[in-house]
Design a protein around this ligand. Structure first.
Ligand code: NAD
Length: 375
């Protein structure tokens, strides 16, 4: 039994989640996997219901589950609230409570959507990158931090943040990157700024040490400024990129833009906890990279594919079920190849379909394949 916490959240989160759960149920029937889904409020919806973005009941559901499927949180209704109780705080709370330190963001260019990329076809075609970003350390969390008054004219102030990494934090994220590379093209590029920062000097030294456990995987190093250029110049050179929290934040958005639409990009956040299952992997949280898109919420216009592809990552990284993950990804590819598009990816002259219809088409593809397999 695989227990999945379903946290739809706000805005389009509530529209993209039902088709995704339907996809998993269909996969369950086809591959004989038993899922148990438990839904709970998070973000603005939870604030409205309980006054808190991550109520203890929701956190308990997440902790008891093998994986968390999250829609998106936030919206104009809650923007005036104090930062400590904003919907987005729920994301930090979940990451912290579940010990999710590795953020995986694939940037894969679907052959059907080459024209959605701002780059030339010959540069971008075939791009398939996995960005592995450290999620719980680095400058976003390091101390000292804050804004303080200093002596000087006109109320001079000083803002401080600290980039800090320990050996242990670097080792565990490097290990995740090497493990993933082993299942892909066996090539890790570690991104740092070791020519300037001591924290990067340690990062590089520790990553080199971890590679000794993964001699079948090739390792190279690149400075972050060069990586920002190389992603545009020649994105196909990358397989797995591993980097710090802040560099990863920026580079993963850049890589996402290289391959086009925000409505298509999934993500996974993994920790050390493993699940009890043959072939099972790490407990994780899976979510699309986009937000709650208040401008199109409630209009059946949202693209559910990023969330559906996040469910495919759940099958791959939590269940260790490659065939089930591939079945979802192939169904999405088949639907796109047949020309079906939601409004965000519909080119001129294409009539867009809605969220629910896109979900139905993916489910139908998975069922079709199942029928062929049984026959
Ligand atoms: P957004 O990602 O919600 O939307 C940006 C643009 O992309 C909008 O025009 C939107 O319509 C479009 N878009 C996003 N997802 C789409 C989809 N699946 N299909 C079609 N179009 C899609 O970013 P934003 O507008 O900056 O933020 C809106 C709210 O979401 C804010 O409250 C923000 O804090 C929150 N947010 C949450 C998360 C999260 O839950 N992980 C991430 C980012 C932003």
């Amino acid at each position: 039994m695989i227990r999945i916490a379903v946290l739809p959240g706000d805005g389009i989160g509530r529209e993209i989640m039902p088709p995704t759960v339907e996809v998993l149920k269909t996969i369950g029937r086809r591959f004989d996997i038993r899922f148990e889904f438990k839904e709970a409020p998070v973000g603005g919806a939870a604030i409205d219901a309980t006054g808190r973005p991550l109520p203890p009941e929701t956190l308990a559901v997440a902790k008891e589950s093998d994986a968390v499927l999250l829609g998106a949180v936030g919206g104009p209704k809650w923007e005036g609230l104090d930062y400590s109780i904003r919907p987005e705080r729920a994301l930090l709370g979940l990451r912290e409570a579940l010990g999710l330190y590795a953020n995986l963001r694939p940037a894969v260019l679907s052959a059907e959507l080459v024209d959605a990329s701002p780059l030339r076809r010959d540069v971008v075609e075939g791009t398939d990158i996995m960005v592995v970003r450290e999620l719980t350390g680095g400058i976003y969390f390091g101390h000292p931090k804050g804004i303080e008054k200093v002596d000087g004219p006109g109320g001079e102030e000083r803002g401080v943040n600290t980039e800090v990494y320990t050996t242990h934090e670097i080792e565990r994220i490097a290990r995740v990157a090497f493990e993933i590379a082993r299942r892909r093209r066996k090539r890790v590029t570690s991104i740092d700024k070791a020519n300037v920062l001591e924290s990067s000097e340690l990062w590089r030294r520790v990553v080199i040490g971890v590679q000794k456990e993964f001699q079948d995987v090739e390792l190279r190093h690149m400075y972050v400024d060069n990586c920002a250029m190389q992603l545009i110049k020649d994105p196909k050179q990358f397989d797995v990129i591993v980097t710090t929290n802040m560099f990863g934040d920026i580079l993963s958005d850049e890589a996402a833009q290289v391959v086009g639409s925000i409505g298509l990009l999934p993500s996974a956040s993994l920790g050390d906890a493993t699940i009890e299952l043959k072939g099972g992997g790490r407990k994780g949280l899976y979510e699309p990279i986009h937000g709650s898109a208040p401008d199109i919420a409630g209009k059946d216009k949202a693209n559910p594919l990023a969330t559906i592809l996040s469910a495919a990552m759940l099958l791959r990284y939590t269940l260790g079920h490659e065939a089930a993950a591939a079945a979802v990804e192939q169904a999405v590819t088949a639907v796109l190849r047949a020309g079906s598009r939601t409004a965000d990816i519909a080119g001129p002259g294409t009539t867009p379909i809605g969220t629910a219809e896109m979900g139905r088409l993916v489910v139908a593809r998975i069922e079709q394949k199942g029928a062929v397999r049984v026959a």
